[in-house]
Design a binder for this molecule. Structure first.
Ligand SMILES: Nc1ncnc2c1ncn2[C@@H]1O[C@H](COP(=O)(O)OP(=O)(O)O)[C@@H](O)[C@H]1O
Ligand SMILES: [Mg+2]
Length: 371
């Protein structure tokens, strides 16, 4: 699939932005804080209706403006498709596919797919569990558009329960209703996360072994149980645990167990990589994960997703950079950001369109390699 054109209105530091992607590879060049990542973020938002960098959608709106609009022309399975998002709080966001109003998010999410790989992902193993959960959630929602619905249901019920616990005066039956609902939503999330991670592990292992021959990568999802259970079995297990810890939850006025507390472990030859792997080893793991993410998505949608590389190539040594670029099929559309062109081989630059960005504006675009 291809992104042919992107138009932004009041998105972060872009009051008006329009660009036709004419080449399969586009390199966005600019100094720090000029708006490079913002462009990739807008493209990714079209794919995931979320961004790694936000808590609330309203953060995406240009300061002192009250709405934003993102439009994109897509070419997919020989068809032109337009996507449009308007965010205008406190109203609900409006999603349109081919101009049709009231598109549901899961339908919208089916259209454009991408893998986003940024230099901050290289810190995934050093980061907080919440960073790892968000990475995983975004990756899964690209593959199963329904996942986002399930996740928002779970989060809603969890927040309601947390508020209820916080309010004191707990009625046992009422808490039980919350626990029943929480158990089923939680079971759905955990089941899909486990399923995705086992597929990811299978593929990432192979990718990883090509870069680090004597090192075996394994992935472990840290949750309520290590057993592979069905959704129904998970539901029963979680519900029973919630019952057991009722007094604790009431005392501490918190939701103590569930998908919102889970984490992901990465092992190399059975050694915990979050604690013991070198920075280089951690980078190799992330690279393998990202390539596996791309592979899973490609196999699932039977098309080439977009690849968004944010500042990541310049961060990788030439071995890992070559490995990454060689692992990516030629027909994949890539949008890449970097402060300059120095990290790129002249061969690579021959085939890319370069856009230069300054303070939220394109200052020129051509295919020459000087910066
Ligand atoms: N909601 C917003 N409204 C206006 N400007 C914003 C908003 N959010 C971020 N910015 C600006 O965007 C710039 C950072 O953009 P970013 O794409 O992250 O830069 P980089 O080129 O380093 O990737 C900063 O100048 C920041 O002030
Ligand atoms: Mg950036």
């Amino acid at each position: 699939m291809k992104l042919k054109k992107l138009t932004l209105k009041n998105y972060r530091n872009y009051e008006d932005f329009e660009y036709d992607f004419n080449s399969n590879k586009t390199l966005i060049i600019g100094k720090n804080a000029q708006g490079k990542t913002n462009i990739l973020e807008a493209v990714y938002y079209l794919c995931a209706l979320d961004s790694q960098r936000i808590k609330k959608d309203s953060e995406l709106i240009t300061f002192n403006k009250d709405f934003l609009n993102i439009k994109a022309d897509i070419f997919k399975t020989n068809t032109d498709i337009t996507l449009e998002i308007t965010i205008n709080p406190p109203k609900n966001k409006i999603l349109k596919v081919n101009g049709l109003k009231k598109t549901k998010s899961r339908e919208f999410l089916r259209v454009l797919k991408s893998v986003n790989f940024s230099s901050s992902d290289l810190l995934l193993l050093r980061g907080e569990p919440s960073n790892r959960r968000k990475w995983l959630d975004l990756a899964i929602s690209q593959v199963y558009p329904l996942y986002l619905d399930k996740l928002s249901k779970y989060n809603k019920i969890r927040l309601q329960k947390a508020n209820y616990l916080d309010g004191g005066n707990i009625n046992n039956n009422m808490l039980d209703v919350f626990n029943q609902q929480m158990a089923i939503e939680c079971a759905n999330i955990i089941f899909l996360r486990k399923k995705y991670l086992s597929e990811l592990e299978r593929i990432a292992k192979q990718k990883h072994a090509k870069m680090a021959q004597s090192e075996d990568l394994s992935i472990h999802y840290q949750t309520i149980t290590d057993n592979d259970l069905s959704v129904v079995e998970l539901n029963d297990l979680i519900y029973n645990k919630l019952n057991e810890i009722k007094p604790d939850e009431i005392k501490r006025a918190q939701c103590l167990i569930g998908a919102h507390r889970d984490d992901i472990d990465f092992y190399i030859n059975q050694i915990d990589s979050k604690k013991y792997a070198s920075q280089g080893q951690q980078r190799t793991i992330v690279l393998a994960l990202k390539l596996a993410e791309l592979q899973i998505l490609k196999d699932k949608i039977k098309e080439t997703p977009l690849l968004l590389l944010d500042d990541v190539l310049a961060e990788l040594d030439s071995n890992r950079q070559n490995y990454l670029l060689n692992a990516i099929d030629d027909d994949i559309q890539m949008i890449i950001t970097s402060v300059d062109t120095l990290a790129f081989a002249p061969e690579f630059l021959k085939n890319v369109d370069i856009i230069k960005i300054k303070e939220g504006k394109i200052i020129n675009n051509d295919t020459s390699s000087e910066t």
